[in-house]
Write a protein that binds this ligand. Structure first.
Ligand code: FAD
Length: 318
């Protein structure tokens, strides 16, 4: 994107704040499931981001549809957020309603080896439950934070697998009219850290097809994965995991390190000296710092290696 295009995109991002009448309507319909002027820095693992006009956290699929219907009626822009572990929220925050899935926590075993899970269930909770039920297939989630909804959008995964391997069906709700959409796994268009699930919908739940596996075997794989991660990932610093996707046939971390950028800082944002593809918040970083560091890294890698690094993290807000 050229600097001019970026400026135009930035302008398009600027929206009017939520009107007082919209705030009243949200309070009336959602009660204590809505909060106003919520600092998004508290809702993201990077600990960066200005206030959301409103954060709605419906506690059931029905309440989710009610919240969406209300926003559609009043033409309020909705932004879905899960665990906030792959998000950079800009400094002036998010206009409209951030729709948080964190209270959608239904999880049940259907039949022998299928599970149905709501979008807000954390990947950790899902993994511990299927381990107890002695169902294999989700070992890849060891050490991957966030929610199931965010994991499906991102097709999150590790060298042990990714959501595409186990997803049988995804149920979403259309933001325009609250209509329910069901897609089979292949219809979700999963690829490397992406899905084709439309931005005009919110993922409500999914069904995963797993297989019987001894608890000790599952735990051994997860332990191995966690140990491997501990050895190469920054700890005790605010982060969102890998910042860039790996380009075909290479590793973003290797390319960034080869440019001598490990340890480079802009304000409170740092290219981690432990893993160069983790741009971390060492304290007090703003989104402006992080975006400037992202651009610096991209420029240097483009100039030195001729490779364009695509963002893995999602940037929202204005
Ligand atoms: C320490 C650390 C380690 C990590 N390691 C890995 C790893 O090994 N592998 C990996 O793949 N990722 C990794 N990540 C990144 C992150 O954990 C995953 O991308 C995760 O799946 C994001 O889920 P989330 O719920 O936090 O999504 P969020 O960050 O909340 O959102 C991510 C995107 O999904 C959208 N979204 C979220 N929920 C929904 C929904 N229900 N419906 C529609 N859209 C939605 C958001 O709008 C946003 O665009 C790591 C992150 C951290 C902090």
């Amino acid at each position: 994107m050229s600097a001019h295009d970026e400026l135009e995109a930035e302008k398009r991002d600027e929206r009017a704040p939520l009107a007082p009448a919209d705030r009243e309507a949200l309070s009336r319909v959602l009660g204590d499931a809505v909060a106003f002027d919520v600092p998004m820095a508290r809702r993201t693992t990077l600990r960066i981001g200005g206030p959301a006009d409103a954060v709605a956290s419906p506690a059931s699929a029905e309440a989710l549809r009610d919240a969406i219907a209300l926003c559609a009626d009043r033409a309020i822009v909705v932004t879905p957020v899960g665990g906030g572990s792959n998000l950079l929220v800009k400094d002036r925050g998010v206009r409209g309603v951030v729709l948080s899935t964190r209270r959608l926590r239904g999880l049940e075993r259907l039949g022998d080896s299928t599970v149905r899970v709501e979008a807000g269930v954390s990947t950790g909770k899902l993994l511990s439950s299927v381990t107890r039920w002695e169902l294999g297939g989700l070992e890849f989630l060891g050490g991957v934070p966030g929610s199931v909804g965010g994991g499906l959008i991102m097709n999150a995964g590790t060298y042990l697998g990714e959501f595409v391997d186990v997803t049988r069906e995804v149920v979403s709700v259309r933001l325009a009219d609250g209509g329910v959409v069901r897609r089979s796994g292949p219809e979700c268009g999963f690829g490397y850290r992406r899905s084709a699930l439309p931005k005009t919908e919110i993922v409500a739940s999914a069904t995963c097809a797993l297989w019987p596996r001894a608890r000790a075997d599952i735990e051994a794989d997860v332990r191995g994965l966690r140990e491997n991660r501990r050895a190469r990932e920054p700890a005790r610093v605010s982060n969102a995991g890998s910042t860039f996707k790996n380009p075909p046939g290479d590793h973003a971390g290797r390319l960034i390190e080869a440019c001598g950028l490990k340890g480079t800082r802009v304000g409170g944002a740092e290219c981690s000296s432990v893993h160069a593809n983790w741009l971390v918040n060492v304290g007090g970083a703003t989104a402006r710092d992080m975006l400037a560091l992202i651009e610096l890294v991209r420029e240097r890698v483009r100039a030195q290696a001729g490779v364009h690094l695509e963002l893995e993290i999602k940037v929202i807000g204005e």
